[in-house]
Design a protein around this ligand. Structure first.
Ligand code: GLV
Ligand code: MN
Ligand code: MN
Length: 415
């Protein structure tokens, strides 16, 4: 016989988070769930099943953004939205994104159990591909929803095996016109995303919750360096055009530009470095880099991008290599809605939870939902600020506080 289902909401939620984490392309405790992979589709089916069990009506758009609606007593009013993503980068943990999806569902279930009847609908959203792993661009679903990425540009995106987004989404069963993904401003009355902080501040300061006032501005470049290959023993050092040595200079130039920006908020990372042909006794002839630069101040971030372009020109001239740098995205920061922040603050006080206002240095789907609706985010602590790693951890108590305040906020905003 099956073991009895826990009735306490946090036990149920933690059990569901752990079940979702086991739907992975990697062995536990590693979570890897790349968009439109078999694991992503199984994870979507699991979450959609939970939403249906909770009495929500589920529909999907042409890119796979999933909407689970709790109807309001005035169903024609714009819904209050909440949600996040369930895709996961390679070698991830189980809380990033998933806490906002399953925590949002739990907040809805708790309100239902309490007999609450929302006036406005409440809509849980599971965004497609918040992570940039497959197509090199983050927040694909919310970006299209917010009208920031055009359908024609989206269709042409390719993964590293050359398959287009259009092919892959159709194979995954999402077939409608991509034009229909963009939502009009006003589709959501308000939108709130629950998420782990992905930084150490809340835990260090012993606080239950962070109320996010602004989301940093991310930018990403793909850089290709074409040098000249050859025999690692026979070809002398003079006159070499080693693409990896050139890449090393660029990586260090980027690091130095970020470190000397004058603000701790500037961060820059080269997270992908592919070397061709990748043999120990062969001079690298081609290197592909993917870079990620962020700041809460877009102008300061852009100065780092300019420094990187200057380094590309300098390295190319000195080393005789050909460098192409393609800007994948350079998004403005988003400000959160003061009225939602005040509502969340009242909810924290009513729930007896400690909090502070803070910025988000990670990007989130809310950055793009902000184009069509007032948004805010609610952060819970995560141990030692660790994220994007299998040892990412948020305690049931931290998650419970987040769900509690989210539920109160959703109730207030939908009344
Ligand atoms: C989101 O995953 C980010 O990289 O900030
Ligand atoms: Mn992430
Ligand atoms: Mn996330």
């Amino acid at each position: 016989m099956d073991s009895p289902r826990p009735t306490h909401s946090i036990d149920r939620l933690v059990e569901e988070l752990e079940t979702l984490a086991r739907i992975s392309e990697a062995e536990p405790p590693v979570v890897t769930r790349i968009v439109f992979s078999e694991a992503d589709l199984r994870a979507r089916a699991y979450v959609k099943g939970l939403c249906s069990e909770a009495g929500l009506s589920v529909h999907e758009d042409a890119i796979g953004n999933t909407f689970a609606r709790w109807q309001g007593t005035e169903p024609d009013l714009a819904p209050v939205g909440t949600g996040s993503h369930i895709d996961a980068i390679p070698n991830a943990g189980l809380y990033d994104g998933c806490v906002g999806v399953l925590g949002g569902l739990e907040a809805i279930r708790v309100l239902k159990q309490l007999g609450f009847a929302p006036r406005r609908p409440i809509e849980l959203v599971i965004f497609t591909a918040e992570e940039p792993t497959r197509f090199g661009i983050g927040c694909l679903g919310s970006r299209m929803m917010g009208g920031v990425l055009s359908p024609s540009k989206a269709m042409a995106l390719r993964d590293k095996d050359g398959r287009t987004l259009d092919q892959l989404r159709q194979q995954a069963g999402f077939t409608g016109s991509l034009e229909s993904v963009q939502l009009r401003p006003g589709h959501f009355h308000r939108f709130i995303e629950l998420h782990i902080e992905q930084g150490p501040i809340l835990e260090q300061e012993g606080l239950d919750l962070g109320l996010v006032t602004a989301i940093a501005a991310p930018a990403s470049l793909r850089i290709q360096i074409e040098g000249e290959g050859g025999h690692a023993g026979a070809k002398l050092m003079a006159g070499r055009k080693d693409a990896l040595a050139a890449a090393a200079e660029l990586i260090l130039a980027l690091e130095s530009a970020a470190k000397s920006s004058g603000a701790d908020d500037t961060v820059a990372t080269v997270g992908v470095c592919e070397v061709f042909p990748g043999a120990v006794n062969s001079i690298p002839s081609r290197v592909r880099l993917e870079t990620d630069v962020r700041d809460i101040d877009a102008a300061r971030r852009d100065r780092v991008l300019t420094a990187l372009h200057e380094a590309c020109a300098d390295v190319s001239a000195r080393r005789g290599v050909v460098i192409t740098a393609d800007l994948v995205n350079a998004d403005p920061p988003a400000s959160c809605d003061p009225a939602i922040l005040d509502t969340m603050e009242d909810a924290c006080i009513a729930a007896g939870k400690s909090f502070k206002r803070m910025v988000s240095r990670a990007y989130h789907d809310s950055l793009f939902v902000a184009r069509i609706a007032p948004v805010a985010m609610l952060f819970i602590p995560c141990r030692s600020g660790v994220s994007h790693r299998p040892d990412e951890y948020a305690s049931p108590g931290w998650i419970g506080a987040g769900v509690h305040v989210l539920a109160r906020t959703l109730a207030k905003l939908s009344s």
